[in-house]
Ligand binder design. Structure first.
Ligand SMILES: [Zn+2]
Length: 202
């Protein structure tokens, strides 16, 4: 077989892709042809040599890219947290309102004392009422907040109604707290519940 054909077959033989017959013929040729034997040794050495390490220039851009991606993800998380925090504050917690921006009307109906508060500027009135101590005074804190798309605050979001049962189901008077404290940004007002009842019944 010609040396040229042998050289063409050598890579296939080294890769184990040549047929048995080709391998045998190449082997026979190599035994008798020093030039082809040398070429085969060279080829084999190149194949078995360890791969050169990746050049640092090739690696660095990926590292940079990875760092940039991590930074981008962190920035996105931070932005989302800030946005959620702002949304929670503006739409959930809100800010305290001045006493001058809330009007109040008291009424008594079916044994229930109702205090209707309205935020004059038409914003969302977000009031939080709680019993200061068991059997003590109630307090209502007035805050204003922004509308939140998923939170339906009814058709009158500027209003807040606070009710107190004055009689039980049998019509007997219920012991009432003496006062209710209205907490505004500028001041707190203490309203006497007996006075409110008198006023509302007039
Ligand atoms: Zn040869």
């Amino acid at each position: 077989m010609k040396c040229e054909i042998i050289r063409d077959l050598l890579p296939l033989c080294l890769d184990g892709l040549a047929s048995e017959e080709s391998r045998r013929e190449v082997g026979e040729h190599l035994a008798s042809c020093p030039a082809c034997r040398e070429a085969a040794e060279g080829m084999k050495a190149r194949i078995e040599a360890p791969l050169p390490p990746l050049c640092p220039d090739t690696i660095r851009p990926f590292r940079k890219l990875r760092r940039r991606m991590v930074l981008a993800v962190l920035a996105a998380i931070l932005a989302c947290t800030l946005a959620a925090g702002c949304a929670f504050f503006l739409c959930g917690v809100g800010w305290q309102v001045d006493s001058g921006s809330v009007s109040m009307e008291a009424s008594v109906q079916n044994g229930i004392l109702t205090l209707d508060f309205t935020l004059r500027d038409g914003g969302i009135l977000h009031a939080v009422s709680r019993l200061e101590s068991p059997g003590g005074a109630w307090s209502i804190e007035f805050r204003e907040c922004l509308p939140f798309p998923l939170d339906d605050r009814g058709s009158n979001p500027e209003r807040y109604s606070w009710g107190l049962h004055t009689r039980d189901q049998d019509g007997n008077p219920i012991p009432l707290p003496q006062s209710v404290v209205l907490r505004f940004r500028d001041k707190s007002e203490v309203l006497s519940i007996p006075d409110l009842l008198l006023e509302a019944q007039d």
